[in-house]
Design a protein around this ligand. Sequence first.
Ligand code: COA
Length: 574
Amino acid sequence: MRILLLTHAFNSLTQRLGAALQGRGHEISIEFDIADSVAEEAVALFRPDLIVAPYLRRAIPASIWQRHVCLIVHPGIVGDRGPSALDWALQEGVAEWGVTVLQAEAEMDAGPVWATTNFPLRAAKKSSVYRNEVTQAAVTAVLQAVERYAANELPTPLADWPDARGRLRPLMKQAERAIDWQLDDSATVLRKINAADGFPGVADSLFGIPCHIFDAWPEASLAGTEDLTGGAVIARRETALLRRTCDGAVWIGHAKREGDFKLPATLAFAEQAADLPEVPLAGWWRVDHATWQDIAWEEADGVGALHFEFYNGAMSTSQCRRLREALAWAKTRPVRVIVLAGGVDFWSNGIHLNVIEAASLNDGSPADESWHNINAMNDLALELIDSGEQITIAALAGNAGAGGCFLARAADLVWARDGVMLNPHYKNMGNLYGSEYWTYLLPRRVGDEGARDIMRNRQPLTARAAVEIGFSDACLAGDGDAFRIDVARRAMELSAAPDLAERLAAKRERRAADEAEKPLAAYREEELAQMRRNFYGFDPSYHVARHHFVRKSLASWTPRHLARHRDLGWTVPQ
Ligand code: COA
């Protein structure tokens, strides 16, 4: 079938659905929901058999749903309606939640049901539940709905659904999210901030300045200690602030001041945070009690795992430098295999565009900050490439994009969890050329032409497709926990393999031969010459694209490489 994806953005859920439908042989095109007339034009051009709306912020116009079957993906159980579905479920701590695929009708979310999938609801950040459980359930439900539609089945009216537990819930207001720092215990504070992450955050204030807060973490060492100061900020650690609750404290990782954009909390309040005591961790070792720790090391049986839990997978200059330091230290440990485990939701999305943009808030230079950040990324990638004493594995439990994909490729092996989406290209960010030694790493895997295609086509890759084209080495089934266990087992097998010494020797020889043919420094210099142009040249595209990305400007058109129906040759029928 021809299926039009009508969506607010080409987010990872939309990417997964597009890939899953294509995998079933359907022809897919994408249109962003910009205006009714644009959507109508897309429908006229593509003449779809079916329209699927994975992520919409407003209703589909009647002119479309009255003439075409439109399947809406709603992140709620059957009967649930309203724009804050996941927020309510998380805030109220329900045990089970779901995704329902309904047909668009006049009343929002009230159309007949085509398919639904439930899952146990994890007490986690909303954005994390969305990228994991919701995305997985949405793929299952949409595929089922599409099959039913193709088989000429009919959907079930909501009223006839046997055990619809959901109900209409209003938009969750900030008053309902508000934290009472005198009365709310740490568990309540965590639940409220989780239910609002990564949008809209909880409206609050820090140091007496109004802001929205995000990205909360527990702090076990203060648990059970009563506090009467009502939310005093008492310490800092790297990018996070420690704030008292009535029975302990929580870490606040990110904040957005009014009129600004989301930033690491210690950067959003740099002046105030400077006066706070820093409470560093003792080292890289993973602490076994709950606390905020972005970089953590574990080792057992000759295998070490380096975790880096950077919010949204974005890696600032200082985060790259700290991670490089941790990796250099890891290489001195008695391990033969190093797993780069990344974070739960993201492995890496490359340089930190928000931190770069923030340079402009303080009369600094985003161009300079971009330059520092890409150099720090490159130093980190180099540390990884240059690891002749260990086999390195990038284990992607979560998505990776842009420079983050090539940082992963700097490892000897790339293993991705089935369900992970990779976007190994840079051009979407204002025609950025990219660095991270991609010109060395990519062609070796996919050939020169393959590399050119990947960069030019700017398409997302599923974990499976990445193996098929040679970008990565394995796609491992299972959820996050199963993936970690599988990776640990395979890494242990590698470290115990009788031919490990030969493998390492071969790796060193290959690297030396590559270096003799063309030094890594030359690749870096060539890439950075292009990046210098992106950052400092007369064409401001990268700065403009970053500005819009960070400030979440609404799209005003659908990129041509996604809107296939707008390719030359498609015409509106008379
Ligand atoms: N720097 C700062 N923030 C980033 C980021 C980056 N490099 N990449 C993603 N984010 C943030 C987004 O702004 C968003 O923020 P939110 O907390 O306000 O929601 C969040 O991460 C999730 O991004 P989203 O686009 O919703 O995630 P996704 O999984 O659906 O899509 C990508 C993933 C990779 C397609 C998309 O995030 C992207 O294009 N990122 C930019 C990559 C890039 O160009 N990096 C710089 C060049 S190396």
